[in-house]
Design a protein around this ligand. Structure first.
Ligand code: SF4
Length: 403
């Protein structure tokens, strides 16, 4: 199936499954290996872990995100810890989330060494990042960062991951001894090129990206993921497909019902079935979500292709609103400069992820022409999209809620 053409649902093929499902359990370090690590807080055993690319560090499959700084974040972080999460993610732009970590480390200094902590900062030139390190350390209340991301590489930064400038910047950052690993996060339509460049450059440790477990096998992004995996770059999924999709009932997917997995748990199992990914970052906003997702990690077994297909069909039938990312073919098909995928993503943040202020901030950061979808052929956009997002329904709501 060509990447540029519209496609039938049946054309989707999960890339990693056929080759790897049988051997995947071996890639996961089971919880009991680290059961003694549950203190402080006398929590549950550490969740199953996977090696994060070339870092040599095993991280928990589940990563507590902090985008939008959920209410009572201090309690949520501690609860995630007690549920066995040891990988935490934040960013300079997530309001005061970094300082919540600082308060946690002040109250329980012993926690810091037992977690893998990632943060992010957006810069306009690679060499600017070095100057941001001390500020991040101060805000986080730590003397080292496990993983520092260049936050949200854009299209005009797509060559950075193979550039001398970024390589030099990363070397200088690591030389300080204050940052162990460096990578980038991305939402950009040039994502496949960015990933291929990272595989060529050889100096990126980890990439965090939106991901759908139902990528076309021959798509540019799927090939780029293969290249990164081969180059031993750690891959972390984020902003998992959501929206209406997660409102499907368990009964709609018999294989989930048999395993007593909720749709959200099934989705995490679908992502973890792809052995290229080490972890999923999820901003769990209440204790029920954390409990549910931690339970999914504890009970993870790779899904069979038939189970993946059943889940995919149910999700698509439910009408997802979250753009799982690709090359932006929806906008091309619609003949618009509006960022249709981003608009749908911000709608999902607002309506389903409960991060309304963050959704509005993201929306306002777009240029006027990137928000202006009027005149776009929305039927063509829907047809072109992997996930058949219903733009004709979603975009008027974007204007009403975020405009
Ligand atoms: S909305 Fe669909 S077509 Fe558009 S960028 Fe996202 S996944 Fe791709």
């Amino acid at each position: 199936m060509s990447e540029s053409g519209s496609m039938d649902r049946r054309g989707f093929l999960h890339a990693g499954v056929a080759a790897t499902a049988a051997g995947l359990a071996a890639g996961v370090v089971r919880a009991q290996d680290a059961a003694g690590d549950a203190k402080p807080g006398e929590g549950k055993p550490v969740l199953p872990r996977r090696m994060l690319g070339k870092t040599g560090v095993e991280v928990t499959l589940l990563n507590q995100g902090t985008v939008g700084e959920p209410a009572a974040l201090d309690r949520l972080l501690r609860f995630a810890y007690r549920e066995g999460v040891r990988y935490f993610d934040t960013a300079e732009s997530y309001r005061n989330a970094e300082t919540v970590f600082k308060a946690w480390f002040e109250a329980q200094p012993e926690v810091r060494k037992t977690i893998f902590l990632a943060t992010k900062h957006h810069v306009n030139r690679p060499e600017e990042m070095l100057d941001k390190v001390d500020k991040r350390l101060e805000r986080l209340g730590t003397d080292y960062i496990d993983l520092l991301f260049f936050h949200g590489l854009s299209t005009n930064q797509k060559d950075w991951p193979k550039s001398k400038e970024m390589k030099d910047a990363i070397e200088a950052i690591k030389k300080t001894g204050k940052v162990k690993f460096v990578g980038f996060s991305t939402h950009d339509p040039s994502i496949a090129e960015q990933l291929q460049n990272a595989a060529k450059g050889g100096f990126i440790d980890v990439i965090m990206l939106r991901f759908s477990p139902w990528l076309e096998k021959d798509s540019a992004l799927n090939k780029a993921l293969d290249a990164c995996h081969k180059a031993n770059i750690g891959l972390v999924s984020m902003k998992q497909i959501a929206g209406q999709a997660l409102k499907i009932t368990q009964a709609r997917v018999p294989s989930l019902q048999e395993k007593n997995l909720t749709p959200a748990q099934g989705l995490l199992h679908a992502i973890w079935t792809d052995e290229r990914f080490s972890a999923s970052c999820v901003t769990m906003r209440n204790q029920d979500q954390t409990r549910e997702n931690a339970d999914a990690a504890r009970r993870f077994e790779p899904l069979k292709l038939s189970e993946l297909n059943e889940l995919r069909d149910a999700l698509l039938a439910a009408g997802p609103t979250m753009c799982p990312n690709c090359d932006g073919r929806c906008a091309v098909a619609a003949g618009t400069k509006a960022k249709l995928g981003d608009l749908a993503r911000f709608y999902t943040y607002h309506e389903d992820h409960g991060i309304r202020s963050h959704a509005r901030e993201c929306y306002l950061e777009l240029a006027a022409e990137e928000r202006d979808w009027l005149g776009a052929d929305l039927a063509a956009a829907r047809e072109a999209c992997h996930n058949k997002l219903d733009f004709a329904k979603i975009l008027p709501e974007v204007d009403r809620l975020l405009g």
